[in-house]
Design a protein around this ligand. Sequence first.
Ligand SMILES: [Zn+2]
Length: 127
Amino acid sequence: MTNEELISMAKKAMENSYSPYSEFRVGAAALGKSGTVYTGVNIENASYGATVCAERCAMFKGISEGERSFSRIAVVCGANRPAPPCGMCLQVMTEFMEPETGEILLEENGGIKVYKLKELIPLAFKL
Ligand SMILES: [Zn+2]
């Protein structure tokens, strides 16, 4: 699974984004250690707090199917700019991705920028 393929899967998933309030469409594709890719979209709600981000949607799909570790996640949005994960999604990622090796793929300047999870959330909450 190349980074380009994972980004492409995130873009395909984004077509199913449910974002009537913000009209900010997001898609994600998370590569599980099993080799399976789980896609997700942002799903908004009239009660805004009930909204779920694409990254958590993708990871929760995998976790609900028994996946416990992800190596990479691609995140794309409908706007012409990178779509870095929010703090809540980064915190969830720290539970299921290795901070040193887990990768977050974003589209930047016409290419794919790869961030290590630890770069985006250096001081994650841990018990
Ligand atoms: Zn988020």
